[in-house]
Ligand binder design. Sequence first.
Ligand SMILES: C[S@@+](CC[C@H](N)C(=O)[O-])C[C@H]1O[C@@H](n2cnc3c(N)ncnc32)[C@H](O)[C@@H]1O
Length: 210
Amino acid sequence: MPDRDIKPYIIEQLKEGRFHLAAIFGNDHPVELEIGIGKGRFLMNEAARRPDVNFVGIEWASRYYRLAAERAAGKRLSNIRFLRDDAAHTLRENLPDASLSALHIYFPDPWPKSRHHKRRLIQGPFVLQAARVLKDGARVLLGTDHAYYAEQMEREFSDHRDFTLVSRLFGDEAPEGITNWEQKFRKEGRTIFKFEYLRRARDLAAPARA
Ligand SMILES: C[S@@+](CC[C@H](N)C(=O)[O-])C[C@H]1O[C@@H](n2cnc3c(N)ncnc32)[C@H](O)[C@@H]1O
């Protein structure tokens, strides 16, 4: 099979500077971001289901990122783009203030050894950037099979004044998801932890935060 042209589906990495999302998509529909898309199953399903929403998927593994872009090209989805980068860098350097309607992070690498915990994505500086790039009322959806990372996710978001916990569902309470890793983990009988947060409305009178 000839290689599909994935160029229209790719957002070029920017060392610094902000993306112009309306120019990237050719419209100003709401934009949702998924970090660590793997093979892109969740994002592709959502893009097909909700054509009036734009979706950006960040993935740092080039094999997965290419595979997902090829699949989106095959389905001719016009509301999806992919970016190969470290998501912490993208949030910090490239995403404009109040530009996203939702942030999806499913089964981020848990880095279980304590000397590797500093590599985890969901930490204070990341949550600060998430608060900056999300619009007022935007949703954050998180999932993990790792109990200690679940604790850290909940602590980091609940401790931040810009986020309100909407739901925390564990094990059988957690709704069935549609990512590849969730399916695999459920088959293995692992407990799944899911959180939903809302980005609170900005208080215009409060001093700006970094
Ligand atoms: C355990 S997999 C989960 C994939 C998918 N979310 C799912 O649930 O099926 C984690 C994915 O996140 C990617 N990833 C991890 N850290 C990342 C980062 N900082 N920036 C971008 N991608 C990252 C990995 O390459 C991997 O594909």
